[in-house]
Design a binder for this molecule. Structure first.
Ligand code: HEM
Length: 508
């Protein structure tokens, strides 16, 4: 035996590592949690990776929930991921301390998200772990989402939606000249452009001219590699870091997919720097500074000490979080409206009642368009764009009668909670009237924007721009679903249509 070891040192070392890993994986296998039986060492990787690779995590969640119940566990190598489909527990998990005394917190945002976003947005607010860094970023950026910016968001959303209707009107005019009454539109693409232009103007005072350039396929294509970024991040959850580059998930692959976006974002920062340095720079009050004003102001001695990398990462993070989410939400709204003419008619009626035939939405009257709001809310319930949120057990905890060890990932399954018969009547039915009379769902049952201290910082902007777009488009056009198309749903960090959504658009 000793001779064998001496003559094959490499083989022996590999064997020792494998045996060690098997023993380690067996040591951590003892668990009362239901879930797919893990393989030695790799855990449930063979089950999980195909779903991640094909961006079908939403389907896996449904199947495992139906098979194992409202709490189950998946193993990825030695990492334990506990999926929780329960409103009370969701409330408890998301309420976890974000910045104060973490030693008291049961749950926190661990470093997992940040590690998965390596090379993309390391210091972006939505991945920064609980602790003083998160607190610094959140506290400092919060005022850029205050009343001034919400009012501005409404104005910008009206203006940007107008540029979309101008574009469609031009295309419809050409179509009519050629004897066609409608144009076929990839509504997801249209909304990605719209929401990018809105976030550009509101957060960075920058015009991405996304709608203007929509028909310039070459210039434009690379702007929308965001889904590739999200897909890379989600696949990284299923693959250990030392194998990332073998799976096309390494640093070089990441840099390639964001090269173009980074060039644009550097331009965003440089243009803003130049404007701020110009002698006739606009004097803004502290409360009117946009997100980028605030970051750059701090970097030149504003007291918060943001590094260049932090600034770039935050710009990238808001670029990511600030438009693809809302674009998917709006796509889902029109997917439901195109299948529910009665609900479309209710919206038209409300617009007419509140705004009349020509009145524009503004910050004041938007609140009176309650049915439109109900439609957006119901869409986010049935089709939550972010279908789950990961947290980490900060200490040994008990969840629904099961022991969950410190360090385990605890995943709040928003999609499952939103579709659970324990909380919602006819949960799979799209019914905006369930929100009548200011209906307020029970805590923990409705989480499209998360909950607790790390909830979505941009949720009011998202609601404003969604409502404005619905109002301005529904009153002007008729939307019909193109029947022959793939309705494949993909999910990574966000959930949406894999190949876009095509609608026939015509004038009313
Ligand atoms: C319909 C659209 C949107 C949806 C469904 C959505 C969803 C979410 C969810 C579920 C979270 C919680 C993440 C967690 O707890 O870890 C979140 C956080 C966040 N969202 Fe959104 N979001 C939307 C729009 C936006 C917009 C428009 C912006 C930017 C203007 C934005 C920026 C952020 C940021 C920065 C965070 C991290 C907050 C923190 O950690 O303090 N989101 N979002």
């Amino acid at each position: 035996m000793l001779e064998l070891i001496a003559s094959h040192p490499i083989l022996t070392a590999v064997l020792a590592i494998v045996i060690g890993l098997v023993l380690l994986s067996q040591r951590t296998t003892k668990s009362t949690l239901p879930g797919p039986k893990p393989w030695p060492i790799i855990g449930s990787l063979p089950l999980v990776y195909p779903y991640m690779r094909h961006e079908q995590g939403w389907r896996m969640g449904e199947i495992l929930n139906a098979t194992y119940g409202n709490i189950f566990e998946i193993r990825i190598f030695s990492r334990r991921e506990v999926v929780v489909c329960d409103a009370d527990q969701a409330k408890r998990i998301l309420a976890g301390t974000a910045a104060g005394d973490l030693s008291k917190a049961e749950f926190c945002r661990g470093s997992l998200l940040q590690r998965m976003h390596k090379d993309f947005a390391h210091y972006g607010l939505f991945v920064i772990p609980s602790g003083p860094d998160w607190k610094k970023h959140r506290k400092f950026l919060q005022p850029a989402f205050g009343p001034h910016h919400l009012r501005l968001s409404t104005e910008v959303a009206v203006e940007v939606t107008r540029s979309l209707t101008d574009l469609w009107d031009g295309l419809l005019k050409n179509a009519l000249a050629n004897g066609k009454k409608s144009i076929t539109v990839n509504i997801h693409e249209a909304f990605s452009n719209l929401t990018l232009d809105v976030i550009g103007k509101v957060a960075f005072s920058y015009n991405f001219k996304s709608i203007e350039l929509m028909n310039d396929a070459v210039a434009h294509k690379d702007m929308f590699l965001i889904n590739e970024v999200f897909a890379t991040v989600i696949k990284r959850f299923a693959v250990p870091p030392f194998l990332w580059s073998y799976f096309g998930l390494g640093e070089k692959d990441a840099q390639k997919s964001i090269k173009y976006i980074n060039t644009i974002l550097r331009d965003v920062i440089e243009k803003k720097r130049a404007r701020m340095a110009s002698p006739d720079a606009e004097e803004k009050s502290k409360w009117n500074l946009d997100l980028l004003d605030r970051l750059l102001d701090a970097s030149k001695g504003g007291g918060e000490d943001f590094t260049d990398q932090e600034i770039m990462d935050e710009v990238f993070a808001f670029f990511l979080a600030g438009h693809e989410t809302t674009a998917n939400a709006l796509t889902n709204v029109f997917w439901e409206l195109s299948r529910h003419p009665d609900i479309m008619a209710n919206i038209e009626q409300e617009i007419n009642d509140v705004l009349g035939p020509d009145g524009e939405p503004n910050h004041e009257n938007l609140a009176s368009l309650k049915y439109v709001e109900q439609v957006v809310k119901e869409t986010l319930r049935l089709h939550p764009v972010v279908s789950g949120i990961p947290r980490e057990a900060n200490k040994n905890v008990e969840i629904m009668g099961h022991h969950v060890p410190a360090g385990a990932t605890v995943f709040v399954a928003i999609r499952q909670i939103h579709r659970d018969t324990r909380y919602w009547d006819r949960p799979l039915e799209f019914d905006p009237s369930r929100w009548d009379n200011g209906f307020n769902p029970r805590a923990g049952t409705y989480l499209p924007f998360g909950d607790g201290p790390m909830n979505c910082i941009g949720q009011k902007i998202a609601m404003i721009e969604s409502k404005v777009a619905v109002i301005q488009l529904v009153r002007k056009y008729k939307f019909t679903l193109v029947q022959e198309q793939s309705f494949r749903i993909r999910s990574s960090i966000t959930t949406g249509f894999k190949d876009g959504l095509f609608l026939e658009v015509s004038h009313k």
